[in-house]
Ligand binder design. Structure first.
Ligand code: MG
Length: 253
């Protein structure tokens, strides 16, 4: 099933999506909920990020090709960092370039949404903790990331985490093609099969550090081809089977 979040007439709701139509959901999508008829046209709502996580955990250098383009080694254990929930935006919302950076870049990534609370999760049981999958963009101010050493500023600006358009609970992440286009030009293309650490290992590793909560979002790393974003660029990230995440780039307002 495909879950999304939307705003209509000032109220924010969870919904389910089927063939261009949305049905409202009451309750908690990670526990008990009730679905209503899908009778809302998607163009009549504003789509929000389909997640409201307590934290966004990201993986650095999880594709050998991306580590190579930055002349760094693939890590021996997963390299993790956080983005703040305030960085989230939904499909069709604008990425705002901050005035502090001259080098804002896209990083197309597969997102994993956690469905169940867990600590010290066994990799063999990790699948039980996955609610579904979505598309994400780990937007990065590369100059500030390099300057600071710590990544919080370079990765943490408002609008630096576009996610959507929906969560798919039936997606198979084993070999899906990920494509990122900027102004129709292909910048990134790779299969999720090329991840250094598979998703089960990432969940086991992260949960050995921090409790994962329902709704938490994991960004699984980006393949080669990251590049600069300029004002008025249109970025489209497609993951086979998950749809397309589109965002325009805007200057600081
Ligand atoms: Mg990344």
């Amino acid at each position: 099933m495909k879950f999304l979040r939307y705003e209509m007439q000032g109220s924010i709701n969870w919904g389910w999506y089927f063939e261009g139509m949305i049905g409202k959901i009451d309750g908690n999508i990670f526990d008990r909920y009730r679905r209503f008829e899908s009778n809302i046209e998607i163009q009549d709502v504003r789509l929000l990020p389909p997640v409201a996580p307590s934290k966004i955990i990201c993986i650095g250098r999880n594709y050998a090709s991306h580590a190579a383009e930055h002349q760094v080694e693939v890590p021996e254990i997963p390299l993790i960092f956080l983005k703040p929930p305030s960085s989230l935006i939904g499909n069709n919302e604008k990425i705002i370039l901050p005035p502090q950076s001259k080098q804002v870049e896209h990083e197309a990534e597969l997102g994993v949404v956690i469905g169940k609370r867990g600590r010290w999760i066994d990799p063999e049981l990790a699948e039980e903790y996955i609610f579904g999958y979505t598309i994400a963009n780990d937007v990065t101010a590369r100059d500030l990331q390099r300057l600071d050493g710590q990544w919080s500023r370079g990765k943490g600006f408002d609008t630096f985490c576009p996610v959507g358009p929906h969560i798919d609970t039936e997606f198979d992440p084993s070999d899906a093609l990920l494509t990122c286009k900027v102004n129709q030009q292909v910048r990134q293309m790779a299969s999720t099969r090329d991840m250094v650490f598979p998703i089960e290992r990432l969940i086991a590793f992260i949960s050995s550090v921090m409790t994962l909560e329902p709704g938490d979002l994991i960004l699984t790393g980006t393949p080669a081809g990251v590049g600069i974003l300029k004002e008025n660029d249109m970025i489209e990230i497609e993951i086979e089977g998950l749809g397309e995440l589109k965002n325009e780039v805007s200057g600081e307002s």
